[in-house]
Ligand binder design. Structure first.
Ligand SMILES: Nc1nc(=O)c2c([nH]1)NC[C@@H]1CN(c3ccc(C(=O)N[C@@H](CCC(=O)O)C(=O)O)cc3)CN21
Ligand SMILES: O=c1ccn([C@H]2C[C@H](O)[C@@H](COP(=O)(O)O)O2)c(=O)[nH]1
Length: 301
C-alpha cells in the first residue's frame, strides 16, 4: 500500500512528460520495482475502492483460457469493453460518427455490450479479443504454460525456469485488432522456505487505473498457485517498464495521496474449492475490505 503511494509520488516528482498512442499524454518513468509481502495481508488498495469482483472474474477468465468478452460482460465486468467496441466501430466504418467518450459513443457502447450479452452469434464475431492472455497462458503454440509451471513447481521447486510468457511475437498483429499487446508480459515464480513468490514484468503500466488491478490479480494468482502446490505465500515483486500517469489522472492521484491507508483485507479460498482449473467465483472471498470511496478517472483507449 505504502509502496503504491510511493510509486504515484515518484511519478509526480520525477516523471517525464511523454506523448502516447492514445493521444492523452503522460508523466512517465522507465523501470520501477516494488514488492509486497503477501503474508502481511492482501494487497488491494484501501485508499480508493477497487472493484474486486472484476479482478476475480478476469483472472478466472484468463485461467480458463477464454478470450471472448462475453463471459466478462455476463458477469458485469466492464474493463475490457472499449477495445472490441473500437474494433467494431472501425470495421463497420462508424468510428467517425461516434467520437470517443461522446454521448452518442456511450449509448452505442451500451448497445454493443447488450448485444454481446444477449446474442451468442454476435459475441462470437465481435467479442473476440484475439489470442490475448488466456490463450497464451493455456495454449502458446500448443503449450499449456500454466499447467506446466504448476507441474514444475511441484516437481522441481528450486528451478529457476518457472516462467509464463504472454508475449508471443507471432500473434501480436492478431492481438492488436480488437485487444492490445499484453501489458503484463511475463511472470516468474520462485520457491524458498516453503513459500511461493511471483515477479511480474509489466511492459506498460497505467499507474492510476490499471496497476491496482494488476497487483491484486497477480497476488490472487500467487495465492491460487501456492494452494495448488501446497506452498505458503511469499512476496509479489512488481517490475514496471513504462510506468505512467495519464495527464487526466493527476488530480485524482493527488487526492489519493492525501488519504491514509487502512488495514489490508484478507483472502480466503474455500477449503472445499476444486483445483485451479475448476474454481468458481464463490470459492474466492475477500474479508475485511474497508476502503475509502472510489475515485473516478477516464480510461485512455
Ligand atoms: N489505458 C488503459 N489502461 C488500462 O489499465 C488498461 C487499458 N488501457 N486497456 C486494457 C486493460 C483494461 N484495464 C482497465 C480498464 C478500465 C479500468 C477502470 O475504468 N477502472 C475503474 C472502474 C472499474 C469498474 O468499477 O468497473 C476504477 O476506478 O478502477 C481499469 C482497468 C486495464 N487495461
Ligand atoms: O493490464 C493492463 C493492461 C493495460 N494497461 C495499460 C497500460 C497502457 O496505459 C495501456 C496500453 O497501451 P500501450 O500503448 O499498448 O502500452 O493500458 C495496464 O496498465 N494494465
Amino acid at each position: 500500500m505504502q509502496a503504491y503511494h510511493k510509486l504515484l509520488q515518484h511519478i509526480l516528482d520525477h516523471g517525464t512528460l511523454k506523448e502516447d498512442r492514445t493521444g492523452t499524454g503522460t508523466r512517465s518513468v522507465f523501470g520501477y520495482q516494488f514488492r509486497c509481502d503477501l503474508a502481511a495481508g492482501f494487497p488491494l488498495l484501501t485508499t480508493k475502492k477497487v472493484h474486486w469482483p472484476s479482478i476475480v472474474h478476469e483472472l478466472l477468465w484468463f485461467i480458463r483460457g477464454d478470450t471472448n468478452l462475453r463471459y466478462l460482460v455476463q458477469n458485469n465486468v466492464k474493463i475490457w469493453n472499449e477495445w472490441p467496441f473500437r474494433h467494431y466501430l472501425e470495421e463497420k466504418g462508424m468510428a467517425e460518427r461516434f467520437p470517443q467518450h461522446s454521448r452518442e459513443w456511450k449509448a452505442e457502447l451500451e448497445r454493443f455490450v447488450n448485444r454481446i450479452r444477449e446474442d451468442a452469434e454476435f459475441a462470437a464475431q465481435w467479442g473476440e479479443l484475439g489470442p490475448v492472455y488466456g490463450r497464451q497462458w493455456r495454449n502458446f503454440n500448443g503449450v499449456d504454460q500454466l499447467a506446466k509451471v504448476i507441474e514444475d513447481l511441484r516437481n522441481q521447486p528450486d528451478s529457476r525456469r518457472h516462467i509464463v510468457s504472454a508475449w508471443n511475437p507471432a500473434d501480436l498483429p492478431e492481438m492488436v485488432k480488437a485487444g492490445l499487446p499484453p501489458c503484463h508480459t511475463l511472470f516468474q515464480f520462485y520457491v524458498a522456505e516453503g513459500k511461493l513468490s511471483c515477479q511480474l514484468y509489466q511492459r506498460s503500466g497505467d499507474v492510476f487505473l490499471g496497476v491496482p488491478f494488476n497487483i491484486a490479480s497477480y497476488a490472487l494468482l500467487t495465492h491460487l498457485v501456492a494452494r495448488e502446490c501446497g506452498l505458503g505465500v511469499g512476496d509479489f515483486v512488481h517490475t514496471l517498464g513504462d510506468a505512467h500517469l495519464y495527464n487526466n489522472h493527476v488530480e485524482q492521484a493527488r487526492e489519493q495521496l492525501g488519504r491514509q491507508p487502512r488495514p489490508l483485507p484478507r483472502l480466503e479460498i474455500a477449503a472445499s474449492a476444486p483445483d485451479i482449473f475448476h474454481l468458481s467465483f464463490e470459492d474466492i472471498q475477500l474479508l475485511d475490505y474497508d476502503p475509502l470511496p472510489a475515485i473516478r478517472a477516464p480510461i485512455a483507449i
